[in-house]
Design a protein around this ligand. Structure first.
Ligand code: CMC
Length: 389
């Protein structure tokens, strides 16, 4: 195989040079453009973090206001897109609908093919950040059979999303400020995570110089998979299966004997407490103060307590990851399980776009085209069908 390196899953391959996100998995560090995730979660907003990821710097007051107004001006979608959405099965999975409709946006904006035109690129970036919550909420309402709700641009980015999701009457929807803030922080925590599966998909598909709508549809498709966007749903299902706190020790024993995994624990990169999980745990209690809680939280807390003291998990450096508590928060806020990856997609959109922009501007990049190790047949001659043994 000559000099080819064999690296399934690209565990040891740096596919790009990037200035967007820094992770130190051993120390549990995550920074966007140099800013620690803890500071952004405490002090920033999702829209400001999106600005930071895309433009590389924090905005001043005027720039942030103009950015917010610009994004808001893109929250509506063409009525034909609503008709397109109506064509999905009545109970279609919202994430499948999102994959299709994000890709469909490319047919509404043919100018987006000009990916080397800086102004066009900026426009598509703002459009995608503006429209993602609208498509996300429409995908939910379609799957529930509820009428679509138009964007309310008096509300914040996240407040408007909650309104498009949950508004049930003609009256103006007023989001609960604690829940609105919690969801905004969850979006910040999901906004980028360097070369994860969906971001790699966006870069790889984008390397063909296709428009960003098609590239982000690929990102959404990657996120649809249970190993990427689906782990927090798996956590809820695991907690439901365990059923009560007194059954936790028995469950831990079964994990240790190899009968399954403790979902929401462990990470390919973090060999320490996932810094996002620490922040999420705090938010969880703020949300439960508003929504009330159920038995699943007690089961989760007991699981974490035992696992963090157990030699099996300690020796393998298995700590709670971002998904351990996020599903419980989403569930408490009223999101059904199949909306969890859709929420992830809203949060990850600025990260995908920052990485896509960086890729387009990187003159060292080429079309993604890995090689392979061929293990098939040597050359052989074609045999006519009547002569085959
Ligand atoms: N529960 C029990 N044992 C585990 C777990 C777990 N959650 N995760 C890893 N292990 C064990 C594994 O069995 C192996 O043990 P041994 O050395 O005895 O064979 C050892 O730890 C190393 O496991 P690995 O599969 O080589 O580790 P990985 O880095 O390939 O896997 C992972 C990372 C996230 C896929 C894995 O930890 C896992 O399956 N976790 C549960 C699913 C989950 O929570 N996924 C969400 C990840 S965070 C999402 C994101 O950041 O986008």
């Amino acid at each position: 195989f000559g000099l080819l390196g064999y690296d399934p899953g690209f565990l040891n391959t740096a596919s790009c040079k990037s200035q967007v996100t820094y992770i130190d998995g051993e120390k549990g560090i995550l920074r966007y453009r140099g800013y620690p995730i803890e500071q952004l979660a405490e002090k920033s907003s999702f829209l400001e973090t999106a600005y930071l990821l895309i433009k590389g710097q924090l905005p001043d007051h005027d720039r942030l206001a103009a950015w917010g107004k610009n994004i808001q001006s893109h929250t509506m979608v063409h009525t034909n897109l609503a008709k397109f959405m109506d064509g999905f099965r009545y109970d279609g999975h919202p994430m499948g609908i999102l994959v299709g409709t994000v890709g469909a946006l490319s047919t509404f904006y043919p100018g987006a093919k000009n990916i080397f035109d800086k102004e066009s690129r900026k426009l598509q970036v703002r459009r995608l950040i503006g429209k993602m919550p609208t498509l996300a909420a429409m995908s939910f309402r379609h799957s529930m059979g509820f009428p679509y709700v138009l964007p309310d641009n008096d509300l914040s980015y996240t407040g408007n999303f909650l309104s498009m999701m949950f508004k049930m009457t003609e009256l103006k929807y007023t989001p609960n400020p604690v829940l609105e803030k919690a969801l905004d922080v969850l979006f910040i925590l999901h906004a980028d995570h360097e070369q994860n599966c969906s971001t790699s998909a966006v870069r790889s598909v984008g390397s063909s110089q296709v428009d960003p709508y098609s590239a982000l549809a690929a990102g959404c498709a990657a996120l649809y998979g249970p190993l990427h966007g689906g782990a927090n749903e798996a956590v809820i299902r695991m907690l439901e299966r365990i059923g009560s706190v007194d059954r936790v020790p028995e469950f831990i024993r079964s994990v240790k004997s190899g009968e399954g995994r403790l979902m929401g624990f462990g990470h390919r990169v973090y060999k320490n407490y996932d810094p996002r999980a620490r922040i999420i745990k705090k938010i969880a209690f703020e949300v439960f103060d508003v929504t009330g809680t159920n038995d699943l939280l007690d089961i989760a807390l007991e699981l974490e307590r035992i696992a963090l003291e157990d030699d099996y998990f300690v020796s393998r450096k298995l700590y709670p990851n971002v998904d351990f508590y996020s599903g419980l928060i989403y569930q408490a806020m009223g999101f059904p399980l199949d909306m969890f990856p859709v929420l992830f997609a809203i949060g990850r959109t600025p990260g995908w776009l920052a990485q896509w922009t960086e890729h387009v501007n990187d003159s060292e990049q080429k079309i993604s085209r890995p090689r392979q190790m061929y293990l098939g047949e040597e050359q052989r001659d074609y045999v006519l069908i009547d002569e085959r043994l």
